[in-house]
Design a protein around this ligand. Structure first.
Ligand code: TIU
Length: 223
């Protein structure tokens, strides 16, 4: 086993069983006019992590370790959108409505795309998910089993919503999970801090956290 210098204690991993999962780095959450702003959020702080997420992505690619991207989105006919989700939050624009970047959070629309700087490379797995967690109603679990993964490093947005939900789903499925703390962000700094504390409390009850520099150091000699 190799180690990443992490909180609350070192994260043990085998490079051949470790993947990066980048959660929902989509225009809809980062750019004005998208889903995040429609919920009443100031989206400006989210974009600041893009260079750090990019460094993490490139580190995994360079080490030859799998990279998986997720996208929160729905079918154009909204058949995978529960009415409870469409109505939630009293948003200015609802999921499926036409906004400045196309229909909000609908697969294939410009606003739903992953940011150009972080775009998946050919061969990288992209999971489209209708929920906050990336395991619900998706093939993520089968893909991870097919690849033989056991340890998962997470990045993306938002920390306490889709990232934390997915980490909890993964933790319950037996994966050892680490969140790159400077490659994730929330619309609410206090919620990000609380999520990091919840994850690592009680001896890593959900998982570990570490900076991107420490993760990159850990995987540097993976090849
Ligand atoms: N609202 C919010 O903070 N997040 C989401 O709706 N989705 C994700 O976190 N991707």
């Amino acid at each position: 086993m190799q180690q990443i210098d992490a909180s609350p204690f070192p994260f043990a991993f085998r490079p051949e069983t470790t993947a990066l999962i980048v959660i929902d780095m989509q225009r809809d959450f980062v750019e004005p006019g998208g889903f995040g702003e429609s919920l009443g959020n100031d989206v400006s702080r989210i974009g600041r992590i893009v260079p750090t997420v990019k460094r993490l992505l490139e580190g995994f690619r360079h080490a030859g370790l799998p990279v998986i991207h997720t996208m929160e989105c729905h079918r154009p006919d909204l058949s995978d959108l529960p009415p409870a989700k469409r109505g939630r939050g009293n948003p200015a624009l609802r999921i499926g409505d036409a906004g400045p970047m196309g229909r909000i959070l609908i697969a294939g629309e410009p606003g739903t795309m992953i940011l150009d700087e972080l775009a998946p490379l050919p061969g990288e797995i992209v999971i489209e998910k209708p929920g906050k967690g990336a395991f619900y109603a998706t093939p993520l679990g089968q893909e991870l089993e097919r690849l033989g993964m056991r340890q998962l490093v997470f990045a993306g947005v938002t920390t306490e919503v889709c990232v934390q939900t997915t980490m909890r789903e993964a933790n319950d499925r037996g994966y050892e999970c680490l969140l790159a703390e400077d490659a994730t962000e929330s619309y609410f700094p206090e919620f990000k801090a609380a999520a990091l504390a919840m994850i690592t409390a009680q001896g890593a009850v959900v998982g570990w956290t570490a900076t991107t520099d420490r993760v990159l150091e850990g995987i540097a000699d993976a090849r």
